[in-house]
Design a protein around this ligand. Sequence first.
Ligand code: FMN
Length: 327
Amino acid sequence: MAHGQEEKRMRTALTERFDLTVPVVGAPMAGAAGGELAAAISAGGGLGMIGAAGSATPAWIAEQARVAAAGGRSWGIGLLAWALKDNPAQLDAVAELAPPLVSLSFGPYERHVERLKQAGGAVATQVGTLAEARDAEQAGVDLIVARGGEGGGHGRNDVATLPLLQAVLDHVSLPVLAAGGIATGRGVAAVLAAGAAGAWVGTAFLACPEATVTPAARDRIVAAAETDTNYGRVFDVGMRQAWPPEYGGRALRNPFFEHWQGREPELAGDDQAHAELLAAVERHDFDTAFIYAGQGVGLVRQPRPAAEVVAELARADDLLRRASSPV
Ligand SMILES: Cc1cc2nc3c(=O)[nH]c(=O)nc-3n(C[C@H](O)[C@H](O)[C@H](O)COP(=O)(O)O)c2cc1C
């Protein structure tokens, strides 16, 4: 290392591949993580990702990518695999942009892996069971994200982060990132000590000023406790979104969710409830509309710039040093 150059402190397969100083990926979060949040996380030393909704246009993707890439650091884009059937132009746009990291999650992604790798970037997918991890390795991805059910947004709720991570680390030979419930340096330290190459963090960045959440949503995120989330399909059914049923969502619990939980078949045919939910989304009424967030939301106490959140996550380094040298 050249004289005067600051020594890179935490080195993992993730930091080496993408030239990061902190082994953290800012998770793709549709509706919350655009180019600005991705750029801020990358500038802080992690790798920030843009979350593209199923309906995102190639023009939106290109504009967010421009913002994310402007700082010259590694960045990425996450696509929802189930939505590519109806919106294949997303894949063309991403292949053309060739981001350093692309995530394809929640649906049939296998056939797209080779094309994206050819385009030059690394490909990741989020898995929620050991069987999905084994399939991902077969599909040729570069990185596996072991995502536990305590995570925010969509995914499986079958296994929690730690048991999933342990199993995946034991059975696959690719670099593994841990996701779900990691919101402080302590969480990053725990998964690095277990053998993960890094943490894939969503909820901890939700209240950042660079995230595209409304002020009313930000207030609820900061006020929420770790017990305030719920998992299910109510919002997807209410919105009439074609999410595969095995991938429900974890969101802040609210009266709309509680009213319809367990009555999803009835909700599917209720035009009035559908209209009510759409209207609530429009006017940011979060007693009805959804705010996706994981159990780590209880650790989000104030809106902080993304670089500060990355610095907090980087405390893992000190914690790991302390853990290995007991007093
Ligand atoms: C608001 C929100 C939106 C999300 N949107 C996406 C998405 O568009 N694509 C995706 O692959 N994952 C999405 N996720 C899941 C994240 O990639 C990740 O799995 C999750 O945030 C990790 O758990 P954590 O929230 O406890 O950190 C979303 C998560 C949240 C909280």
